[in-house]
Structure formats: structure tokens, C-alpha cells
Design a protein around this ligand. Structure first.
Ligand SMILES: *Cc1c(COP(=O)(O)O)cnc(C)c1O
Length: 481
């Protein structure tokens, strides 16, 4: 017995390191705050993109311990200093990330209190916060209050949950799979294709729809294709539209497609991961008319609400369709059954999860919605500003964008236009002052801009323009033009 107690006490002395003292906590917090303040204060003067590999040796787990000071130094060199600076306003490629400070405070609070946000039983408050955030999004998108939803890690898992519900609602399984049809745009986000495979629908028939000159689904053609499939005895069951495609930011004609879905009893899914929150902008509200007709909807607060990575959302009108695959009871969960609240775990593949709602709840309550809307409006105007200036330099522009993604290319005639623009893009990446990405539009290589970071300001765009002109001159010199 004495031995047992001695052993426990000896272990307690060692394991006590996991609960730092008040003084140690203050020291850690101060050091971290100093580091993050330095990060924020220099982020706009540092490059947005640094080509280079991380040093795995420095980042590996060593037997000998390090101090927080040493670890922050390694973090600064190997993590912050390499690749894409996603928190930078100079991130104008892909779909930019956010990272507002007060969301990080929410994450810290959620981590330290470590509330169990999977089941209402475990933390009624945490689950209510998440459900209230979903309720708020229902009002934003004019969804009925009895729709259900989930805060996911991002748009990919949110789309996965929605597509699973569609599959289960329409009982797409066994021999029905190969006869069933999904309609989508060739510009749909690739996570939709992943989701289709993950949920066992690889062999379903996928109709890639024709697009109009603005990269939106051509709804007349859609009607024709659906009618033909029905005539051929197939089983059309889902149409997926985008409210803001990744490539060009196009918003499909949501209301018209919604009506086609209704007439043909198709599950209507809208992927608004990138564009959804632009519904809050008065100037863009009209584009979203019809989004409320969707059976399921995906929105990414880690894009359009400028939160740090790790927060997507899905709303689904048909609760039973979602519950079919996600609601589960197990013997060891029996204590949790005695209430009628929606449990996040019943709407998601996840059981235990980070209390991710807090990073959205805290900023929305601290700042109110107004600065978020102003920021979205600002991004739209900056996109116009950027395009005007590019045009003045001599670039050709893609069509007037629906939202804040657009593209441009240099109309070179002396050498192959694609080769010229590839070289220009490579030089822009090597420069790294501001990060842009590229895509292919109808076989043409184009440079893509996506303005969505809350830190992207006029000064950022001006800096981007100077960089682009510099790289353009270098490209011309390279080809001796
Ligand atoms: C970003 C994006 C996704 C994927 O979301 P993640 O949060 O990256 O998982 C899906 N659809 C669209 C339109 C997107 O922009």
C-alpha cells in the first residue's frame, strides 16, 4: 500500500508539468502574445508567398525538450516563413483565408474550457451556441427554422453531409446507382466529386452541364438534358448549383435551377462555400434569389466571415434524410438520450469535436455584423478597382465577375499566349509580394484573383499592381519582346 502511494506521488510530480503554474501561464501567454503581435504588425510588409520546403529535421519530435521561445523561433522560420501566408491580405489567390483575432480568442477559450460540443447532454451551452449560429444562418438564407445543420471543419465535410442526405432521401443504392443521374457544372468544386465517391456513388451518371459566357449553368440546356434522361428511363435525383464557383466566382441562376429541380423532384443542393455570405451585401442580394429553395446548402464561415481555417456549415431541410446515416445510438451513449435538442453528433460523421462554434459566436457578438458586411462590400469594390487598373496596364479581363473572383491574361501575339502567361505567373510566384493563382478557362491559361481576405486593402492592390508590372517587364525581357 505504502509502495502504491509512493508510486502515485512520484508520477504526480512528473505529470504536474501538464498543469503549468499561474506564473508559467502568464509567461507563456505573454510570450505568445508578443509573438502574435509581431506577426500581425509585420504581416503586410512581409511577402505573401515564399517558395521553399520546410525542414523536417527541425520540426520532428525530439527526445529533448525545448522552451516556448525556441519553439516559436522554429515556428517562425519553418511555418510562418514558408509557403503561402494565408492570413495575409496579399493572399489574393485560390479562395483566401481569414484569421480575425477575436476568433482566435474564441478558439483559446474553447480549448481551455474544453467543452464537449458533440452532444447537448455534455454541454447544453456549447451545443446551444452552435445551434443558435445555425439558426442565424437559416435566417440569413431564408431557410425554415426546422431545417437542421452542422458546423463542420470546412466546406468539404459540409458538402459530404449534404450529399449523403440526398443519397439517402432518394435511396440511391445497389442497382439504382448506375441508373441515377447527378447534374453539375464543370466548374463545381472538386470536393463534390470526392464526396460522390466517398458516399459510394462513383458509378452514378454525372452530367457536366453547359455554361454561359459568365461561367454560369445554362438553365435552358439543363432542362433539355433532364427531360432527355427521364425519357431514357434514367433516374435523375440531384442538381448541384454553386453560389460562387471557385474558378470564376460565378453564381448560377439559383431560382431558375430551383424551379427545374422542383418540377423534376430533384434534390437541390447549393454549394455557397465561397460566395454565400455575399448575400449580406445589398449590391449582391439579388444574385442569391432562389437559394432558399435549396434542399441543402453549404457555406464556409472560414472564407466569407474571415474566420481562421476550420469552420464550414451545412443546412439541410429534411431532418430524416440527414439522420438516416448520421443519427446513431450506442449503449455507452444511453445517458445522452433524454432530451429533444439536435445533437451535432447526429448531423455529422464526427462525435467528439472541437467546440468550433465559439470562434464564430465570439466575433459576431463582439463586433456585430456591420464590420463583416462592410468588409464584404469593400472586397467587391476592390475587385472592380483591381480590374480597372489591370485593364489600364494592358491586360485582358474575364467577364464582369458576379462576386470577388476574376481572371486576366496578357494578350501576347508575338509568342504563344499561354507560354507568356505561364512565365508571368511563375515570376509572380517567385516574387511573392502578393500571391495570385492561375486556372484554365476554355483551354486558355489565365491568372486568377480572388479578393476575400479581410486584410486586403487598397494598399495591397496597389502593391500587387506594382509587382505585376515589374513581373510583366521581366517576362517581356525573358522572351526578348
Ligand atoms: C472552398 C470551397 C469548398 C471546399 O471547402 P473547404 O472548406 O476547403 O473544405 C467547396 N466549394 C467551394 C465553392 C469552395 O470555394
Amino acid at each position: 500500500m505504502e509502495n502504491l502511494l509512493d508510486n502515485i506521488r512520484a508520477l504526480e510530480n512528473v505529470s504536474a508539468a501538464l498543469e503549468p503554474s499561474l506564473e508559467e501561464r502568464n509567461n507563456y501567454a505573454n510570450e505568445l502574445q508578443k509573438f502574435t503581435n509581431g506577426f500581425i504588425e509585420t504581416i503586410e510588409t512581409n511577402k505573401a508567398y515564399n517558395i521553399g520546403d520546410a525542414d523536417a529535421q527541425k520540426l520532428s519530435i525530439h527526445p529533448q525538450k525545448k522552451t516556448l521561445t525556441q519553439l516559436l523561433e522554429i515556428y517562425n522560420d519553418e511555418v510562418v516563413g514558408k509557403g503561402l501566408s494565408a492570413a495575409s491580405g496579399g493572399h489574393i489567390g485560390y479562395i483566401p483565408g481569414g484569421g480575425i483575432y477575436t476568433a482566435a480568442l474564441g478558439d483559446t477559450l474553447a480549448s481551455i474550457t474544453n467543452e464537449y460540443a458533440g452532444m447537448y447532454y455534455g454541454s447544453p451551452g456549447a451545443v446551444t451556441i452552435e445551434n443558435e449560429l445555425l439558426n442565424w444562418m437559416k435566417t440569413v438564407f431564408d431557410f425554415p427554422m426546422n431545417a437542421i445543420g452542422n458546423l463542420t471543419s470546412g466546406g468539404s465535410i459540409a458538402n459530404l453531409i449534404a450529399l449523403t442526405a440526398a443519397r439517402d432521401k432518394h435511396k440511391i443504392k445497389n442497382e439504382r446507382v448506375t441508373q441515377s443521374v447527378i447534374y453539375l457544372s464543370p466548374q463545381i468544386h472538386h470536393c463534390i466529386h470526392k464526396a460522390i465517391r466517398i458516399i459510394g456513388l462513383e458509378d452514378v451518371q454525372i452530367r457536366l452541364l453547359e455554361l454561359d459566357g459568365y461561367s454560369r449553368i445554362d438553365s435552358e440546356k439543363l432542362k433539355t438534358v433532364v427531360a432527355k434522361d427521364i425519357q431514357d428511363g434514367l433516374n435523375p435525383f440531384m442538381i448541384i448549383a454553386s453560389a460562387g464557383t471557385t474558378d470564376t466566382g460565378a453564381v448560377d441562376p439559383l431560382e431558375i435551377i430551383g424551379n427545374i429541380a422542383k418540377e423534376n423532384k430533384l434534390w437541390y443542393h447549393v454549394d455557397a462555400a465561397y460566395g454565400g455570405f455575399f448575400i449580406l451585401s445589398e449590391s449582391k442580394k439579388h444574385l442569391f434569389k432562389g437559394i432558399e429553395m435549396a434542399d441543402s446548402l453549404v457555406i464556409d464561415p472560414h472564407k466569407g466571415l474571415f474566420l481562421p481555417y476550420g469552420l464550414g456549415a451545412v443546412l439541410v431541410k429534411d431532418k430524416e434524410a440527414v439522420f438516416h446515416s448520421h443519427h446513431y445510438t450506442a449503449n455507452y451513449m444511453q445517458d445522452s438520450l433524454a432530451n429533444d435538442q439536435i445533437n451535432p453528433a447526429d448531423v455529422s460523421p464526427e462525435l467528439t469535436k472541437h467546440f468550433r462554434g465559439l470562434r464564430m459566436w465570439l466575433p459576431l457578438n463582439l463586433h456585430g455584423i456591420e464590420p463583416f458586411v462592410a468588409c464584404l462590400d469593400e472586397k467587391l469594390l476592390l475587385t472592380t478597382y483591381f480590374r480597372n487598373k489591370l485593364s489600364a496596364i494592358g491586360f485582358n479581363l474575364g467577364p464582369e465577375p458576379d462576386l470577388s473572383v476574376s481572371y486576366f491574361w496578357y494578350p501576347e501575339t508575338e509568342i504563344d499566349q499561354n507560354d507568356f502567361n505561364v512565365k508571368l505567373m511563375n515570376l509572380i510566384h517567385e516574387d511573392g509580394t502578393v500571391f495570385l493563382s492561375s486556372t484554365k478557362i476554355e483551354g486558355k491559361y489565365v491568372i486568377r484573383m480572388a479578393v476575400l481576405s479581410f486584410r486586403t486593402k487598397i494598399a495591397t492592390i496597389d502593391k500587387a499592381l506594382v509587382m505585376i508590372e515589374r513581373c510583366l517587364a521581366q517576362t517581356k525581357a525573358h522572351f526578348k519582346i
